[in-house]
Design a protein around this ligand. Structure first.
Ligand SMILES: *[C@@H]1O[C@H](CO)[C@@H](O)[C@H](O)[C@H]1NC(C)=O
Ligand SMILES: *[C@@H]1O[C@H](CO)[C@@H](O)[C@H](O)[C@H]1NC(C)=O
Ligand SMILES: *[C@@H]1O[C@H](CO)[C@@H](O)[C@H](O)[C@H]1NC(C)=O
Ligand SMILES: *[C@@H]1O[C@H](CO)[C@@H](O)[C@H](O)[C@H]1NC(C)=O
Ligand SMILES: *[C@@H]1O[C@H](CO)[C@@H](O)[C@H](O)[C@H]1NC(C)=O
Ligand SMILES: *[C@@H]1O[C@H](CO)[C@@H](O)[C@H](O)[C@H]1NC(C)=O
Ligand SMILES: *[C@@H]1O[C@H](CO)[C@@H](O)[C@H](O)[C@H]1NC(C)=O
Ligand SMILES: *[C@@H]1O[C@H](CO)[C@@H](O)[C@H](O)[C@H]1NC(C)=O
Ligand SMILES: *[C@@H]1O[C@H](CO)[C@@H](O)[C@H](O)[C@H]1NC(C)=O
Ligand SMILES: *[C@@H]1O[C@H](CO)[C@@H](O)[C@H](O)[C@H]1NC(C)=O
Ligand SMILES: *[C@@H]1O[C@H](CO)[C@@H](O)[C@H](O)[C@H]1NC(C)=O
Ligand SMILES: CC(=O)N[C@H]1CO[C@H](CO)[C@@H](O)[C@@H]1O
Length: 637
């Protein structure tokens, strides 16, 4: 084979590469995981994966984001105003919407999260009303470009009731709308009222993934499922932390009936409904067969305030209560609370992260001095098997038993490629999760990492995707130590976002989903998991970077390769010890027209070619790998 290689390398127009994979001597990877990092950023929870169609359904607000009527508008001759009634719907939802009118057909209209997708399917609606009304409410979906009513349903009022009454209905449009410029309207006959009605918690759901009540958006769940993810890190991210006291994401205010969830001023410029709460996250894990990686609040606000060591215990107790809510049997206080909400069966948590990026805003010194260890000790005392992760790779562990770290990297393509061997010397004895990574800015002549004052890419670009592949291959070579990686952020509503690039972008119209170039790369790697790495004889990395291994789920050998900045195509000759002439495999190669190519609404630039390959003399596979390509060779063992 060496002489064959010699012949190859004398050919003009290609770079020769010889990859000889051993059949023994690698490391178990525990099924190196590709996962999802999630927090409500870019309307990715509300207005994103959370399927609620009505924006500002319950007039939630606080001193950071005061309650507003927006985007509600009146229908007919009516005025809208916010009220804090002496008898609110609930203490969590103190503010409601008053519709004032004494005659005519009047009501309220909501345009959704920049549109509402209307199809001939069941929509589950509900709303609460306080005030006297004898008659029927009409709920309808209305297209404001064509002025057509697409579907309508009558909901009989209960004029014998006093106080707040909940109405529910199912609306099935007669026809689909060909655009998302639709509103939900709820109207009534004002002459049958005493001059006003108060509304709150006005909700509308399309069919959800697995038909879960209060569930998740089908197209986005299918897109995420297509990534074959193994873990979900939630609920943040910066969104967990809050900017300043007293606001941080409190798990106990994200459970139970929607009327008992007050909402939260998220750190990404909008009020969160917390409709997507702890149980919804756990159902999300169940539905996509993912391991939950639960982040708990660690006594640190993003603007800098830190809970002192003397005052930390209640927050540690709160994290333990949260774990009891999730894992405790029904004889425990919080396990019983869970059961009372309709979930008698506990879930299992094996990974807990203490906070998020606690090195920010000088949080590092208190994290190092007492915060991380206090949470870890308390959690491991009760749950000895939970891996307790530090939220920053800057943390200096004093003990490594059951300890892990969360490494984040946002950078430029060249920098990522330079990080290929970053994890090779990582021998601290604890596990690392790459909880967030992405190439976010183009290369610059002087090199170096991200500059947060420079613009970021709108969508992942192909050269960035290839560089991420190089970085992931470097991590997977060390998969005995690195247990997984998640691109971040995951989701972006193209009508309102704070951060780009993102893995998946979308609007209210499911036909406009954008699966980025990086999505395709992750999908290829994630759907072919190495369970044991295999040594390669004298590897020579650059411009091709690769990792080889064996999969015990498919009983096959795998070779993942990324080619970054080769002057010409790479012709690789590959052997797997024990695989002989005539063996067959499949080579999948991803390329794109240009380094700057990216996917956007209606356009997918990634070219995927799949070909059968057969081992020639000496069991040699020949692979032609173009510059800026990502590929996977799978050979049946
Ligand atoms: C690489 O090798 C393949 C198979 O031997 C051959 O068909 C192809 O022309 C070579 N590519 C280059 C760029 O030389
Ligand atoms: C497959 O490999 C993984 C990781 O090395 C190991 O945890 C698992 O038990 C193996 N499964 C089988 C069926 O051998
Ligand atoms: C309702 O109460 C909140 C909290 O006290 C206050 O900020 C808000 O202005 C009040 N809204 C109205 C319409 O009175
Ligand atoms: C229709 O809805 C889309 C998406 O929200 C929006 O961009 C567009 O401006 C709307 N068109 C009109 C005429 O309002
Ligand atoms: C829809 O109604 C609006 C407001 O009355 C009007 O300006 C518009 O021309 C109507 N559009 C169509 C297609 O009828
Ligand atoms: C109307 O409300 C009253 C009091 O809340 C309740 O007893 C009655 O069953 C309701 N009637 C209907 C038709 O829902
Ligand atoms: C949730 O827990 C926090 C921390 O223990 C507490 O401050 C808050 O009052 C609780 N919220 C509710 C609605 O009980
Ligand atoms: C860990 O130690 C290094 C070197 O002493 C220090 O720079 C870093 O700030 C420490 N990490 C934290 C989180 O304090
Ligand atoms: C890892 O350690 C080896 C041997 O000490 C050294 O040659 C190499 O440069 C180190 N790599 C990194 C990325 O630090
Ligand atoms: C297996 O792990 C050891 C120790 O981390 C490392 O030196 C070696 O390179 C790994 N082998 C493979 C094939 O990944
Ligand atoms: C790789 O090529 C790109 C142009 O496509 C260039 O910007 C970058 O600096 C090159 N990087 C290296 C390490 O050669
Ligand atoms: C609803 C909301 O908060 N939208 C924000 C999303 O992000 C953009 C860009 O940062 C802001 O301009 C919007 O206000």
């Amino acid at each position: 084979m060496k002489s064959f290689l010699h012949v190859l390398s004398t050919l003009a127009g290609c770079l020769a590469l010889d990859i000889q994979v051993s059949s023994t001597g690698g490391n178990a990877t525990s099924g190196y995981q590709y996962g999802i990092m999630f927090e409500d950023i870019n309307q990715s929870g509300d207005g994103g994966i959370y399927a609620e169609l009505i924006r500002n359904r319950a007039f939630q607000g606080d001193s950071v984001f005061p309650s507003t009527v927006e985007p509600w508008t009146p229908v007919g001759d009516a005025t809208l105003s916010l009220q804090n009634l002496s008898q609110p719907l609930s203490s969590a939802l103190p503010t409601s919407l008053r519709v004032t009118a004494s005659s005519g057909t009047v009501g309220i209209s909501n345009p959704g999260y920049w549109g509402i997708d209307v199809k001939e399917q069941n929509y589950s609606g509900s709303f609460w009303v306080s005030g006297n009304y004898k008659g029927s409410f009409t709920a309808s979906l209305y297209n404001y470009l064509s002025n057509e009513t697409l579907g309508t349903v009558q909901v009989l009022s209960n004029d014998t009731a006093s106080g707040w009454v909940e109405y529910t209905y199912t609306l099935v449009p007669d026809s689909a709308a060909d655009n998302v410029n639709n509103t939900l309207r709820i109207t009534y006959d004002a002459s049958q009222t005493s001059g006003s009605l108060d509304f709150n918690l006005i909700s509308l759901f399309p069919p959800t993934y697995n038909n879960r009540p209060n569930g998740l958006r089908v197209d986005l769940m299918e897109a995420l499922g297509g990534l074959n993810p193994s873990f979900l890190r939630f609920p943040g991210g910066n969104n967990l932390e809050g900017e300043d006291p007293p606001y941080y994401l409190k798990w106990n205010e994200t459970i139970g009936p929607l009327k008992d969830r007050p909402g939260y001023p998220g750190t990404w410029t909008y009020e969160n409904t917390n409709g997507l709460g702890l149980v919804e996250y756990l159902h999300w894990c169940d539905d996509l067969n993912m391991e939950p990686v639960l982040a708990v609040w660690a006594g640190f606000y993003l603007d800098g305030p830190v809970i002192s060591e003397a005052d930390l215990q209640p927050y540690i107790d709160d994290a333990l209560n949260e774990l009891e809510f999730i894992m405790g049997d029904t004889s425990t206080t919080y396990g019983a609370l869970r059961a009372s909400l309709g979930y008698p069966d506990p879930w299992t948590i094996r990974y807990v992260e203490i906070g998020n990026e606690d090195n920010l805003s000088n949080g590092g010194s208190s994290y190092e001095a007492y915060r991380y260890q206090a949470f870890k000790d308390a959690i491991n005392e009760k749950y000895p098997d939970i891996l307790v992760m530090a939220s920053t790779a800057a943390y200096n562990f004093t003990e490594t038993e059951n300890a892990g770290e969360d490494y984040h990297q946002y950078t430029r393509p060249d920098y990522f490629v330079g990080q290929f061997n970053f994890f090779d010397n990582h021998t601290e004895g604890f596990k690392t999760m790459i909880g967030e990574y992405a190439a976010v800015q183009p290369n610059i002549p002087e090199g170096g990492g991200v500059n947060w004052s420079d613009p970021k890419w709108m969508f992942p670009e192909w050269i960035g995707t290839v560089s991420e592949a190089v970085f992931l291959i470097g991590a997977e070579r060390n998969a005995d130590k690195i247990f997984g990686a998640a691109y971040a952020p995951t989701l972006q509503n193209l009508n309102s976002y704070q951060w780009s690039p993102d893995l998946i972008s979308y609007t209210a119209d499911p036909d406009e989903d954008v699966l980025s170039t990086s999505y395709h790369m992750i999908q290829l790697f994630s759907s072919h998991r190495i369970t044991n790495t295999l040594p390669i004889d004298s590897p020579a990395f650059g411009p091709a970077y690769y990792v080889a291994g064996y999969s015990n789920t498919t009983d096959s050998y795998l070779l993942k390769t990324a080619v970054y900045n080769a002057t010409e195509a790479v012709n690789a000759t590959v052997t797997f010890a024990g695989v002989s002439e005539g063996a067959t495999g499949t080579l999948t190669v991803l390329t794109a027209p240009d380094p700057e190519s990216y996917n956007s609404v209606g356009s997918d630039v990634v070219v995927k070619t799949e070909s059968s390959v057969t081992a020639g003399s000496g069991g040699v596979f020949q692979l032609d790998l173009p510059d800026l390509s990502v590929s996977l060779l799978e050979v049946t063992a």
